[in-house]
Each structure stands twice: as C-alpha cells, then as structure tokens.
Ligand binder design. Structure first.
Ligand code: CFM
Length: 545
C-alpha cells in the first residue's frame, strides 16, 4: 500500500496569512488584494484585484503581450503568413508550442503554421532601424507563397527603436494588390500580460479582415464560435457536434480557422463566446457594427455542452433544430454517462486546484464536478475582474495607465451592412424565456464558500498551497508541471493538455474523466520522496580532501 497522504490541516485564512507573512510589507499589501477567500459579503460576490502588474522579483506564471497576440489569437490560423519582426528567439520559441491543431487536408489548402517566419533582427537593425529588413521579409514571403494575407508582429525592440511597422504593411499591401498585409503593435511589454495581446489582436483582425467577404455562405443556423482555439483537437470535436445538430459554424476565432472565415464572420446570425477573456472585444464590435448578438457558451463538460447546444437552439426558435439538438444529446450522452458513473466511484471526494490563463480555471471545474471532485483553489493568470466576478463589474473597473496603453476602437453601425438580427422585443422575449445575452457570470460565483481564489499565482504561493492542502491534482502549465510533481502531486497541464485531448464536447469529456481517473488514482505519487526530504542540506567535499 502506498503511504497515506497527510490530510489538510490548514484553513484558508491561515494559509493566506502564511503566504503574506513571507513578503515585504508593500508586496504583502498588494498581494493581499489578489488572494481572496470566497465568502459572500453582504450577498455580493467578493472583490478581487486583477489585471495589474506582476511585482518584480516574483516568479509569475504569466506570458507576454506578444504571446497573447501572435501565439494565442493569430497562431491557430493556417493561411496567414505570420512574421515576427524581432530577434530570432521570439519567433522561434512561439513556434508550434501551443498544440493548436488544424486540418489542411482539403484540396489546395495552405498551411503556414509549420514555418517559423522572422526578420531575425541583428545589432545593426537595432541601431539603424529594421524597416528595410521587414520590407524584404514581407516581399520574400509573398514571392515564395503568394498567401492571402501576411501579418507582422512587433517584439520589444521594435517598439523601443520605433520602427513604423504599420507604414511598411500599408506600403506592401498597396504594392501587391492581392495580399492583405497588416501589423500588430504587440510588443511584449505593451501590457501587464498576454491579455493585452488579445485586445490588440482583436482590434486589428476586426479592422483589417472582418467584413472583407460579403458572400453569403451556405447552411442554416449560422453562428461564429469565438474563443475556441482547437487545442488538442477541441475544435474538431465541437464542430463534429455542431454539424450533427445542423448548426453552421461560419468562423471560429481562431481554432482551425482560415483568413476567409474571419473575413466572413460578419455574415453570421449569432456569436457564441467560449473564452470570454481573449475574444470578448470582437463579440462586442461585431454586435455594434453589424447587429449580431452574443451569448456565452461552454463546451468543456458534457453537461455544459448540452446546455450550450440548447442555448443556441433557443436563440433560433426553430422546432426542427430544437428536436435535432435534443436527439443528438440523447444519442451522445449515454456513453458519456456510463464512463462518468464508473470513474466517479474512484474520484468522488477528491480535490483539485486549477491555475490557468483566463478561462479554463473556470470551465474545467465543470468536468471535475461531473466526477465528484471539488475545486478547493483556483485562479487565472491574466484575467480581468469580470472573468472572476461577472460582467456586471465592468462599469466599475479602474482604467489605469497600463490599460490606457491599449487602443480602444471606436466602432459604429455599418451604413450598409448593419442588420439587427433580433430587435429589442425579440431579445426581451428570449431573455424572458431564460436566454441571456452579453452575459458572463465569472468563476467566483461557481466556487464553493471558503475556497481560495488567487490571481496571478506565483511559484512560492503555489508550493505553499500545495504543501498545506495536498490536493489530489494540480492543473496549470509547463512552467509548474515539474515543480508540482516533485512535491508528489499529480499534475495535469490544462494549456497544452500534455499530449492528450480533445477534452471539449462529449467525446472530450470521456477522455478527461479517464485521464483524471488514471492520474489521481496512480499510487506512484505516494511513494515519492525527494532526496532533500531526508537530507535537507546539501554537503560535499573536494575530491582531494
Ligand atoms: Fe482563452 Fe485559451 Fe484561456 Fe487564453 Fe492562453 Fe490557451 Fe489558456 Mo494557455 S485563449 S484565456 S491566452 S482559453 S494559451 S487556449 S490555455 S493561457 S486558459
């Protein structure tokens, strides 16, 4: 038998105090507002501080603005040539690391994701300017591939030396005539995290690509799926389900997507927002400029998938669609339920901690709930207060210098193409029937009282948490993986899914239940003892001694 784990003996208030005590007073005061014990305060969701700078010296889990723009939003689109303007490291280390899959098996499908394009800036470009080199790189990519579009991404030095990447893009676009060239001022330091990069990417895709193709696409019940990035094939599974239901997906932002999908997105009749943090800007702009409403969906979890399909059906108010959605749910669920019930006998009562990005730390709690596991602590790396507390806090958000740094597009109704998909009376009737537009309630209301919600968790706090509570599983990313495993805690990467997935939709839920069952019931962790647990101090002697 594996030795039994020590039961948790700490309560959340003690553990919070324990974390803060190790910081200098000024740091402690700031972290205090980002470490929140989930308790109802006068029937209101407790407030957390989020989307603020990480304190220098703290080992954060966050990434940079360039990563959020180039890697997250534009990364999964296969037929746009993405050129990193900067030293080679930024382009190279953001290349093929996110496990966003694509299907380029169609006749003539372009796929540039397998290439790493960079201007490879050198000292001389930093000193004399890199615009010439960028122009040459764009020309070379055009000559080699003749792509539909070329996108340019600025890295830190580009902003520091002041290269005008937008002027270069405009010039090259005019020169080619048949290739859309646009650029992103997404220097790594532009915001406090990758979140700023999402916003910058949303703005430029909306400005330069959305609305470029007015042709009506075939298919009934046309939606866009916003904030789904096809990690580990999630998007394939969701598309399979949508197809079975007879729902047409015009554009996914941006899993398995193409340039033409973005260009046609304004022709859809409903936007379904999955990852609220990364893409809510596009949802709002599509509504204002083209009259397309949006609803929040979630395809992580079998129950959440069924609920989201029903929401889409409710919006279209079509009996045939409703019946088809119910038929698909009825056909798919029994197999999921059989696995779920079996797995649950071995997972019920176990505990999880989730610290991921800006939406998964919330969405994946659904899957754990389905197999009877409790999330005792969770947090986002870079989400904003609305992702924790719900969108109703948006009017109260502080606009600080860092957020002011990011451009807000002024969007107005399109003179020709604005078409209100549902007028206010229809919206009211749908809301009366239970459908909610433009609404996201956030993570905190879904979590149990007394749980710890921590924004921008760092290495020290992660280790403190885990040592105190000994959760049965810890979910985060590659930077956390091995330090957690060394503490004897099973670790699941919820960014890349390790080598697994899909975890979305019905088949994804089955994959996830089985994976978690395997991880939390593996006895190997109980045997683990790190060398320093027995000999906490390293000592050595010189060979000649
Ligand atoms: Fe949205 Fe994402 Fe996430 Fe995100 Fe990301 Fe990601 Fe993520 Mo990693 S877009 S916020 S910037 S769901 S790459 S697919 S897993 S941190 S929780």
């Amino acid at each position: 038998m594996a030795p039994k784990r020590k039961p948790a003996t700490w309560n959340p208030a003690e553990i919070k105090a324990e974390m803060l005590k190790r910081y200098p007073p000024k740091v402690a005061r700031r972290r205090d507002k980002q470490i929140m014990i989930n308790e109802a305060l006068a029937n209101d969701t407790p407030e957390i501080t989020a989307n603020v700078r990480t304190i220098p010296g703290i080992i954060t889990m966050r990434g940079c603005t360039y990563a959020g723009c180039k890697g997250v939003i534009l990364g999964p689109t296969r037929d746009i040539v993405n050129i990193t303007h900067g030293p080679i490291g930024c382009g190279f280390y953001s290349w093929l690391t996110r496990r966003n899959q694509t299907d380029a098996s169609g006749e003539g499908d372009a796929n540039y994701m397998t290439y790493s394009f960079s201007t490879d800036m050198q000292d001389k470009d930093i000193i004399f300017g890199g615009e010439k080199k960028l122009e040459q790189a764009i020309q070379e990519a055009y000559d080699l591939f003749h792509p539909r579009a070329i996108a340019v991404f600025a890295t830190c030095p580009v902003g520091l030396i002041g290269d005008d990447i937008h002027a270069v893009a405009r010039r090259m676009k005019a020169k080619f005539g048949d290739c859309n060239v646009f650029a992103f001022s997404c220097e790594g330091y532009k915001g406090v995290s990758q979140s700023a990069g999402h916003h910058i990417a949303n703005n430029q895709i909306f400005r330069h690509v959305v609305g470029e193709n007015d042709a009506k696409k075939p298919g009934a019940f046309q939606i866009n799926l916003l904030g789904e990035y096809n990690i580990g094939g999630d998007g394939f599974e969701i598309d399979r389900i949508l197809r079975r239901c007879g729902i047409t997906n015009i554009a996914t932002f941006s899993g398995n997507s193409t340039y033409d999908q973005f260009a046609s997105a304004h022709t859809a009749d409903l936007n379904c927002v999955m990852c609220h943090r990364s893409i809510n800007y596009v949802a709002d702009m599509l509504e204002t400029q083209y009259g397309i409403p949006w609803i929040k969906v979630n395809f992580i979890g079998a129950g959440a998938t069924a609920k989201s399909l029903r929401k889409i059906a409710a919006y279209f108010e079509n009996t045939e669609l409703t019946e088809q959605v119910e038929a698909v749910i009825a056909e798919e669920l029994p197999e999921v339920e059989a696995v779920r019930k079996d797995v649950r006998t071995r997972t019920a009562g176990k505990t999880a901690m989730l610290f991921v990005g800006g939406s998964r730390a919330h969405h994946y709690q659904e899957l754990f709930k389905e197999i009877g596991m409790q999330t005792i602590s969770a947090g986002y790396e870079f989400a904003h207060r609305d992702d924790y507390e719900g969108r109703r806090v948006i009017p109260h958000l502080k606009v600080d210098a860092d957020s002011r740094n990011i451009e807000e597009l002024t969007v107005t109704p399109d003179a020709q193409r604005f078409r209100l998909r549902r007028d206010s009376e229809q919206v009211q009737a749908l809301e009366a029937a239970g459908l909610r537009f433009k609404e996201y309630e956030g993570m905190v209301p879904d979590m149990d009282a007394g749980t710890l919600v921590i924004d921008d968790l760092n290495q020290f706090e992660a280790e403190t948490l885990v040592q105190a509570f000994r959760p049965d599983i810890f979910c985060a990313g590659i930077k956390e993986k091995f330090s957690m495993q060394k503490l004897g805690i099973p670790m699941k990467q919820l960014h890349s899914y390790d080598s697994g997935g899909p975890y979305a939709g019905f088949r994804g839920a089955v994959n996830f239940y089985r994976e978690i069952d395997r991880l939390v019931n593996s006895r190997v962790w109980g045997y683990l003892k790190a060398p320093w647990q027995e000999n906490p101090e390293l000592s050595a002697t010189y060979v000649w001694e």
